[in-house]
Write a protein that binds this ligand. Structure first.
Ligand code: MN
Ligand code: MN
Length: 470
């Protein structure tokens, strides 16, 4: 038996005074360790089902209905414990569980987004050149364009036909489905390309999706490859070329969500920004068993990657209308609800990447396996564009997370003046709602294959559950 020496004075003082940061695995309870694996399996399934905001809404509604949620009817009475949702044009979703206290005491809101960077098809996309058929794309969100070449892509979306019928497209996901790709130049001939800057290596107008090369019909005809593609589309979807005008089609990475690492500690998948937080918020809401004290609200927003604008973005009045419909059932003014509400803007942040350490400030970075990451503010340069949460709000969450055994950290996105980013936080705060950013640290954010730590994914759901028990 070894004798333990009494701690020195310095050791005692350090223990009491220093901010001790510890890896989440050194703090994880056995119960959480087990629940984490189950949670992450559900999350990976959700990622495979929802590769577009529309698909995420469909998947979320299916889960919500199974958990007893029903569409919110304007004017219908609402009782504590009622579970309601409203889809905003099939691209965004709002859910609520009515609490015991009136909405004048505020709501506990978790807001995440379900749109992710991708290659949208242009409205007149199909062309043939040198007997190869391509679809023109217009990238959506902030991407490193070169990353979207030479990977298998799937085609998702909807086409509204001339008669108004809407057909759903999803090609490249089922076993045996064809897939698509954007080409890149072979290294043997890349002498000129190698001299270019990152944004110029592959230009936006080179992000053309290869869709076919087999000619249809007689040799003397022109555009026979394009004709063959249109013939196939017509056969499968009843569409003609003009129908692309009223279509929303997008190329997304075809790969499925997988475990990453020999120890399976991480998840690799497309679209984790921000479906990782969207699933955390949704799951926390669906798992609410008792009637919460405070009304719990979950928002899955669209268009965050392009500024939260438009009718389905977080700046849209759709959220205010949903909240005001809830408030009206209790005869409470919306503004009285907002000013006492609390919002977690659940969005991802940058995980410290030791391979690119120059971009980070190590003392204020988010780390893999250190839990859900709070960001007091986001923005760029001198906090420009930031919604800066108050010290009091951070204090409230410290106490809440301690009470609910949430493993968490607090960080900024990269080093100052290196770049920056924003979330929906400012649009919630502008509504007079106390708001703070919280989410999962991600490696290779906005790449076609993003990586997260299972522990952080699970802890983000636990953080939202804590919020819903406020
Ligand atoms: Mn995001
Ligand atoms: Mn993003």
């Amino acid at each position: 038996m070894t004798q333990t020496k009494a701690p020195t004075l310095a050791q005692q003082k350090k223990e009491a005074l220093f901010f001790q940061r510890r890896n989440g695995y050194d703090r994880l309870t056995p119960e959480d360790r087990e629940a984490m694996e189950d949670y992450c399996q559900g999350y990976k399934d959700f990622l495979d089902q929802g590769k577009t905001e529309r698909e995420c809404v469909d998947a979320a509604i299916a889960l919500a209905q199974a958990a007893g949620f029903r569409p919110l009817e304007r004017g219908a009475p609402l009782r504590p414990g009622d579970r309601v949702y409203r889809s905003n044009r099939g691209k965004a979703l709002m859910l609520a569980v009515i609490g015991e206290e009136p909405l004048s005491q505020g709501a506990a809101i978790a807001a995440a987004h379900i749109d992710s960077p991708r290659l949208d098809l242009k409205q007149n996309p199909l062309y043939e050149e040198k007997e190869l058929a391509y679809l023109k794309t217009h990238y959506y969100g902030g991407i490193k364009k070169y990353q979207w070449t030479t990977i298998p892509l799937a085609l998702h979306g909807v086409v509204v036909l001339a008669d108004g019928r809407s057909v759903t497209v999803r090609i490249g996901e089922d076993p045996g489905d064809p897939q698509f790709t954007v080409g890149d130049l072979l290294p043997h001939l890349a002498a000129d390309q190698a001299k270019k800057t990152m944004g110029e290596i592959v230009k936006a107008e080179q992000l053309n999706l290869f869709i076919g090369s087999r000619p249809l019909g007689e040799a003397e005809e022109s555009e026979r490859v394009k004709l063959c593609i249109l013939d196939l589309l017509h056969e499968k979807y009843g569409m003609i070329e003009e129908d692309f005008l009223s279509a929303e089609l997008m190329a997304v990475p075809a790969a499925k969500a997988v475990d990453v690492g020999l120890d399976r500690s991480a998840i690799g998948a497309y679209g984790q920004d921000d479906r990782v937080c969207a699933y955390a918020c949704l799951k926390a809401m669906l798992d609410l068993e008792e009637v919460p004290k405070t009304t719990a609200v979950c928002v899955l927003a669209d268009k965050e990657e392009v500024g939260s604008l438009g009718v389905t973005g977080m700046q849209s009045a759709a959220f205010d209308v949903f909240m005001s419909d809830l408030c009206q059932s209790q005869g409470i003014p919306l503004k009285a609800c907002y000013e006492t509400s609390l919002c977690l803007s659940a969005d991802v942040t940058a995980a410290y990447d030791p391979n690119f350490s120059d971009a980070y400030e190590s003392r204020n970075s988010a780390y893999f396996n250190y839990g859900v990451c709070l960001s007091k503010y986001t923005g760029s340069r001198g906090k420009s564009g930031a919604s800066d949460a108050s010290a009091e709000l951070v204090g409230t969450l410290r106490r809440l997370f301690a009470q609910h055994e949430v493993i968490w950290q607090l960080a900024e996105l990269g080093k100052t003046d290196q770049g920056g980013g924003g979330t929906v936080a400012c649009y919630m705060a502008n509504r007079n709602i106390d708001t703070i950013d919280a989410g999962v640290p991600v490696l290779s954010m906005h790449a076609p294959f993003e990586t997260t730590a299972k522990l952080d994914c699970y802890m983000t759901c636990k953080a939202v559950k804590a919020l819903y028990h406020i």
